[in-house]
Write a protein that binds this ligand. Sequence first.
Ligand code: MG
Length: 377
Amino acid sequence: MSDPVSCLAAYAVSEANSRGRRHPEPAPAARGEYQRDRDRVVHSTAFRRLEYKTQVFVNHEGDLFRTRLTHSIEVAQIARTLARAMRLNEDLAEAIALAHDLGHTPFGHAGQDALNACMREHGGFEHNLQSLRIVDLLEERYGGFDGLNLTYETREGILKHCAPKKARELGELGRRFIEGTQPSLEAQLCNLADEIGYNNHDVDDGLRSGLIQVEQLDEAGIWARHAAETRRAYPSIGGRRLIHETVRRMINSLAVDLIEETRRNMTAAGVETIDDVRQAGPLAAFSQAMHAEHTELKQFLRLHLYQHYQVLRMTSKARRIIGDLFDALMEDPRLLPPQYQQMAHADKPRAIADYVAGMTDRYAIREHRRLFAVGEI
Ligand code: MG
């Protein structure tokens, strides 16, 4: 099944210029190859687990906060918009976006930092590499191969960054980190769609939680500008409606700016084909002014939300839970479920990291209770 080639630009990824799958498979009967990638991600176990993994707020703290699943869906929405506006491969952008956070541990970045510290002597832990490990190895769904056997281009998009030492172990996929070439525009834009997604929904969730206030947000220029615009359009607006009108304007202005600046960069670099994309410097970018505003918003969130004492209390508990689980399992790997015990014969720390990273927030909390609380089984 071929792409709807007529709408794709020459600088887009298409099935005609794909580097294919690691294990050759017959072409899908009623879908494109990147649709198939997207569908495989959606049907994976790791994808379903995203529903119960923290973005900033722990899953059980409230029903309305983002989880990794809703975050991934929002990123896919933004990525599709960007891709369609630029005549890029929308299915590929969607597949990358839906897969981009599969490797996240429970408890957000606190969980990843804790697991990375546990794995310091054993090759480290990085969620980006873990996402790749899930789609290449850990998902058990097909008779003929481990993982999901995704196309090269989706895997390339999942691997956003990689240290040169690791890159050498990854063969063709790692080569760009050594040679300094770029991934597809679909991949580059997904990366920024992720940033647009989390900055904006963290504003929304932060306000909803009461940890930050609307008045404080006026410190951040991008919020102040769009909130003022909203109030001009609807003088009596307030409450939730003001927040949502402002957030949607911020998302839209970031997306439009990103498209325009990326087009400018492509023109300046003379990019016409997918090969030009890979050889040019990074093309997907915000304008300088928007980049500054976006960075200011990120700093605001770091200071007032991610480092809020109530969030820190949660992250410190999360760190302890991950550390305790890892240590207990290292000390006695017989406590692992049988499938992971099998894997532990080859590489104990990595098997434990895979097990812990795959946990949802509440599974990790329960497992901690099961292993440490007297009277629990
Ligand atoms: Mg993300």
